[in-house]
Design a protein around this ligand. Structure first.
Ligand code: NAG
Ligand code: NAG
Ligand code: NAG
Length: 449
């Protein structure tokens, strides 16, 4: 034994001194002995991990994490006690469709997977005070339901409440998710009107002004018009994405002078300056920036002459991002010194404290288009008229749920919240009371009618 060990040791010493084999050569030789298929397997596994992280899949979190909705509100908020405390969905969990457990998949597939039964709107053309044109697309409760399902608090046909839908960036009444909420709300007993942004929805620009990310005065005029037409009808509004920014900005600017009984903001970008920085950060964000930038260019092309007159068409054509597009269009047309100044002005976050109607805000923390860094938590908590609901997952205006991925959770949330609000004896009337007190003129107008 002893002799044997000794001779082995001697041989190793000889080899090391004589052949001088490099450990790297040995390692290389060993690596070449591993079959190529094993390498392919490792590469495949690494690719899966990369895609899992890139698209931010959350299958593990869905199974092991907590997915409850988190609510932020003022400790003495009547809106919470009277209305939101009765909303079951907001006191439960949001669990995404298992095969869509990625905010990026949800966001990218939003307009692909939503399949709404076909219906057609009735169009009303509204002229704004500057001669602009806004297409209002109506879908009545009676258009979609044979049996008259009635929202609580509704007694006669004239009492049917109206919900105004404000679409996102370049969406209009025919975007799948807008058709989906219009159809679902109409089915649930509401009359729905989609307020298309000027220049969108197939109407021409009829004045020297185009729509921008902060253009909230058109919505104000539409709301006032609807209120003047039917002063007794309860009006509510829902804004999605950039439409939510425009809605909340309007609510803050007009304060108690808003003739709405309530509102909902879904996936609001809140702060366009923070949002703009976010768009330059990750691979996916740069991708969305490109896609949205080119859809803005596409929408502007329909009105090229007006854009060219009011801003820099050459710059617009060269734009490769939302920032570029706004820099060459909205900034110039609106006389802002810098693009950042425009972004600050257009942000709804700075007006949150002045909102006076009962407002529910819904944002997903993993929204890959509108970052959670922009959510104005403190302002929402300070304003008694606001309840902010956030979920860990859901992506951007998607929130797919159920095995088949046919249902959008946020639409059910909007329906439940607005129905409870409308049924609440005090909350839905509170804002209208404030409105009447500060607008005695409109009382007189009513008597004249
Ligand atoms: C509507 O009223 C019925 C009974 O009057 C009640 O069962 C139902 O929960 C109410 N729905 C809402 C949304 O308040
Ligand atoms: C807040 O609302 C009031 C009306 O209630 C309005 O006069 C005021 O201009 C608003 N403030 C801002 C900063 O827009
Ligand atoms: C915005 O456009 C102006 C020209 O109109 C240009 O000088 C400036 O560099 C642009 N800003 C950004 C941030 O692209």
């Amino acid at each position: 034994m002893h002799a044997c060990f000794f001779s082995d040791h001697n041989r190793t010493m000889e080899m090391a001194a004589g052949e001088l084999i490099s450990p790297y050569k040995l390692l290389f030789r060993a690596l070449t002995l591993i079959p190529i298929s094993h390498y392919l397997l490792i590469a495949f596994f690494a690719f899966i991990v990369y895609v899992y992280n890139l698209l931010q899949f959350h299958i593990l979190h869905d199974v092991f994490g907590h997915n409850s909705v988190s609510l932020t509100f003022h400790s003495s908020s009547d809106l919470y006690t009277e209305v939101v405390s009765k909303c079951n969905l907001l006191h439960g969990r949001y669990l995404s469709t298992p095969w869509l457990s990625s905010p990026n998949l949800q966001t990218i597939l939003l307009n692909v997977l939503v399949k709404t039964p076909s219906f057609s709107y009735k169009r009303e053309i509204f002229r704004t005070s500057d001669g602009g044109t806004v297409a209002l697309d109506w879908l009545m409760n009676s258009d979609v339901s044979e049996t008259s399902f009635q929202v609580n608090g509704t007694n006669t046909v004239a009492d049917i409440p109206v919900v105004i839908v404000v679409p996102g960036l370049t969406s209009d009444s025919n975007s799948p998710y807008i058709k989906e909420i219009a159809y679902k709300m109409a089915k649930h007993g509401w009359n729905v009107v989609v307020s298309n942004h000027r220049g969108l929805g197939g109407v021409p620009l009829t004045s020297e002004c185009f729509y921008t990310a902060g253009k909230s005065d058109d919505l104000g005029e539409v709301v006032n018009h609807l209120h003047r037409k039917q002063p007794e009808t309860a009006l509510y509004a829902v804004g999605t994405s950039l439409g939510a920014n425009i809605l909340v900005k309007y609510l803050g600017e007009d304060g108690v002078n808003v003739p709405l009984a309530g509102a909902v903001s879904i996936s609001n970008p809140w702060d366009l300056l923070i949002g703009d920085r976010f768009f330059t950060r990750g691979i996916m964000q740069r991708f969305y920036n490109r896609v949205l930038g080119s859809s803005l260019k596409g929408a502007a092309k329909l009105h090229q002459e007006t854009y060219a007159r009011l801003s820099d068409w050459e710059g617009i054509e060269k734009s490769r991002s939302i920032r570029d597009f706004n820099n060459y269009s909205a900034r110039i047309a609106g006389n802002f010194d810098t693009i950042d100044a425009f972004h600050r002005w257009a942000s709804s976050a700075r007006l949150v404290t002045n909102v006076s109607v009962p407002l529910l805000c819904v944002n997903a923390i993993d929204d890959p288009v509108c970052t959670d860094e922009a959510i104005p938590w403190d302002e929402c908590r300070k304003n008694k008229n606001i309840v902010l609901a956030t979920t860990p997952h859901g992506g951007h205006i998607a929130f797919f749920e159920g095995m088949s991925g046919k249902s959008l959770w946020w639409i059910r949330v909007v329906e439940e919240y607005l129905s409870n609000l409308h049924a609440s004896p005090t909350m839905s009337k509170q804002q209208m009371q404030k409105f009447k007190e500060s607008n005695p003129l409109s009382q007189d107008e009513k008597k004249l009618v």
